[in-house]
Ligand binder design. Sequence first.
Ligand code: CTP
Length: 400
Amino acid sequence: MLRNKKIILGVCGGIAVYKAIELLRLLSKAGADVHVIMTRAAQEFVTPLTFQTLSGNPVHTELFNLIAEREIGHISLADRADLCIIAPATANCIGKIAAGIADDMLTTTVMATKAPVLFAPAMNVNMYTNPIYQENEDKLRRFGCRFVAPVSGSLACGWEGKGKLAPPEAIFEAAVSALSPRDLIGRKIMITAGPTREEIDPVRFISNYSSGKMGYALARAAQLRGAEVLLISGPTALPKPDGVRVVNVTSAVEMQNEVMTRLDGCDVIIKAAAVADYRPKMRSSTKIKKKADSTTIELVKNPDILAELGAINTGIKRRPFLVGFAAETDALVENASKKLKEKNLDMIVANDVSQVDSGFNVDTNRALLFFRDGSSSDCGLMSKDQLAGTILDYIITHLP
Ligand code: CTP
């Protein structure tokens, strides 16, 4: 979501400047083109060279720079920005911007930009709770600025309390949110993710290598775009995405129950879960002991949840837009097209799970998308986060 986005990172003076370096690293890693502006006080803590080396762009420190001013540095930077983040933002800087003062490169650029502005304040707890500061923050919020609240802890000044710069990851998430289109507001999306586990006995189960990464990336992206997201998740090691309602399940039958009882009102259902096709006919309530040299476990077919959804025509107000996944190791196009048709889907995301950069337990995917109308699209290699955004783009264009 941040790829090729131009981001101004304004850095004010404070001990938390070192965390801005980590934030810059996260933004750059996500593909953003970051332009750093440092106030004079910030340069007392860290030299511009650190930010310049990590961003790959010259750091702006002076309002009137003879070279940059050929194109009026602060104006051109302000015009080109997609987002302006100020981290750490001091009480002084926030106060000046709230009062309309533009007397250095950072405050002038913020005044001149039409891009969203995101403040991550860091200051002494008494400064933070001071009604003058609070009024300035309220005023900037009223004008549409966003804030990532500081966290509590022991502060550099010796005080305990709220005033520590939020963790770089939280500021990064707020940046992603600020740049996400809000084109799924009012939409309810159910997503299934992860593997299912089919128990053999209390200590053993049948499952697969699914990590849940693709489904979780979709849930996070849909939530950022304003959707109400319900994530039905098999066992994974992933953290719950912010703002997403998660229902944890273990087996295919449990997943079927949760999906079927919660589908009313859904506009879209995306079945990214790798559901086990079979489960043991009998589950032993005690640990099965090793005896014979060979043994057989009889398996019975699990319900095909997606096919069941595709067959629904009545009982719910309106059929949700149905998206399936096809994990294949061969004949990708044929198998995916067959599943699209047989399960009566609107769209299927096909990926070759035999490739090292596509499929289970990696951060990238190589997907082909097939649609009900016979059209298709090759997404090429991309991160699962990027693919999640692309899948949602396609879904939106097909929604009534
Ligand atoms: N699926 C499902 N319930 C099942 C099996 C699969 O809902 N019991 C869904 C998956 O979530 C996925 C799609 O069906 O969206 C295709 O899953 P996949 O494992 O690729 O194919 P299968 O239909 O199981 O067929 P096969 O294993 O023969 O390839």
